[in-house]
Design a protein around this ligand. Structure first.
Ligand SMILES: Cc1cc2nc3c(=O)[nH]c(=O)nc-3n(C[C@H](O)[C@H](O)[C@H](O)COP(=O)(O)OP(=O)(O)OC[C@H]3O[C@@H](n4cnc5c(N)ncnc54)[C@H](O)[C@@H]3O)c2cc1C
Length: 272
C-alpha cells in the first residue's frame, strides 16, 4: 500500500509528531497507514536475553515492562522523558527514531545501547543499526515503502549498565538542548570492557562518539577516564546556535552530561 500509491505517504504510530506536523501544514500526506492495530507490532518479546519492541508499542508500556526496565534502564528512562503521560500513552520509540529530530530523546539511549531496527519493505526485511536511520533533520535512510517493524535490543553481558540524561531549561515538556546516552560493561575486577556513548542535539542527527567510549574502555571509569570522556564528547559536537542554546553552551554541556550519564551507568553496572 505504501509503495503502490503516488504522492506523499506516511506511517502513523502514535501520531504525536505526525499530527502536529499536519496541523501546522509541514506535511500533507495523501495516504496515512496506521500501525497501532497491527498485533505483531504491539508486543515486547524477550528471547535469550534480547528484546524485540514492536514499532507500535507506546513509551508508557516500556515503563511497565519489568524485565526491560531492569535490563535497559537508560533506554526506558529516555523513552519515559518524552512529553507527558498523555504523549507517552501514544508515542513510540520507532516514531521518535523515524521522525529524525536531532534532539529526539530516546535515540541517544538506543544508539548507546547498540540497538538495531528491523525494517520491512517491498524488497523484504533488513536489520540496520539505530544510528544509521536518521541522516539529517527530518530525513531517514528508509527506502520508499519501508517501515520500521521493531526495535531490537541485544543481550547484555553481566555487570552492564546504561543511562540517559538531557538538559532542558525547565523541568519537563521541553526539547533537549543536549542529550547524552552511555552504556558500559565491566569485568569481574571492575575494568570497563565495552562502552558506547551517543549524543543528541549537538549535530544534524544523533551521533555515536567512539572516541568517548575509548576513553572508558580499559579503565575502572575513574576520574582520569571520565575527564578524557568529557573532552572527547565535547570535541565530537558540531552544534548550531539557536534560541535554546549557543554552540559553546551545547559543547560544554555535552561533556558534563556524558560524564554524569557514565557515572549513573557505572553505578548500575555495579548493581547499585
Ligand atoms: C507535547 C509534546 C511533547 C513532546 N515531548 C518530546 C520529548 O520530550 N522528547 C522527544 O524526543 N520528543 C517529544 N515529542 C515528540 C514526539 O512525541 C516523539 O518524537 C514521539 O516518540 C514520536 O512517536 P510517535 O509514535 O507519536 O510518532 P508519529 O508521530 O506517529 O511518527 C513520527 C514520524 O515517524 C514516522 N514513523 C512512525 N513510525 C514509523 C515506523 N514504524 N516506520 C517508519 N516510519 C515511522 C511517521 O511517518 C512520522 O514521519 C513531543 C511531542 C509533543 C506533541
Amino acid at each position: 500500500m505504501l509503495t503502490g500509491k503516488a504522492g506523499v505517504a506516511r506511517v502513523l504510530a502514535g501520531g504525536t509528531d505526525l499530527l502536529v506536523q499536519m496541523r501546522t501544514e509541514r506535511v500533507s500526506p495523501d495516504l496515512i497507514v496506521d500501525l497501532k492495530r497491527i498485533p505483531s507490532l504491539r508486543t515486547i518479546t524477550a528471547k535469550a536475553g534480547a528484546f524485540r519492541i514492536g514499532a507500535a508499542v507506546a513509551g508508557a508500556e516500556l515503563g511497565e515492562h519489568k524485565a526491560l526496565r531492569k535490563t535497559w534502564p537508560g533506554v526506558v528512562e529516555a523513552a519515559n522523558l518524552i512529553g507527558s503521560h498523555q504523549i507517552q500513552s501514544r508515542a513510540t520509540l520507532a516514531g521518535n527514531l523515524c521522525n529524525a529530530s536531532p534532539a529526539a530523546d530516546s535515540v541517544p539511549a538506543l544508539v548507546a545501547a547498540g540497538a538495531s531496527v528491523s525494517i520491512a519493505g517491498p524488497r523484504g526485511k533488513r536489520i540496520v543499526a539505530a544510528e544509521k536511520i536518521a541522516t539529517g533533520p527530518g530525513k531517514t535512510s528508509l527506502r520508499k515503502g519501508e517501515i520500521v517493524e521493531a526495535i531490537l535490543l541485544p543481550k547484555r553481558p553481566p555487570r552492564s549498565g546504561d543511562a540517559y540524561l538531557r538538559f532542558i531549561p525547565r523541568s519537563e515538556m521541553d526539547i533537549a538542548v543536549v542529550g547524552a546516552g552511555v552504556s558500559l560493561t565491566l569485568d569481574a575486577k571492575g575494568v570497563c570492557t565495552a562502552a558506547r556513548v551517543a549524543l543528541g542535539a549537538v549535530a544534524e542527527r544523533v551521533i555515536l562518539v567512539p572516541e568517548a567510549a575509548k576513553a572508558l574502555i580499559g579503565s575502572t571509569v575513574d576520574d582520569e577516564a571520565l575527564k578524557r570522556l568529557v573532552a572527547a564528547a565535547s570535541a565530537a559536537c558540531r552544534p548550531i546556535d539557536d534560541k535554546r542554546g549557543t554552540k559553546e553552551f551545547r559543547i560544554r554541556i555535552a561533556g558534563v552530561l556524558a560524564r554524569r550519564a557514565a557515572e549513573t551507568a557505572l553505578k548500575r553496572a555495579r548493581g547499585k
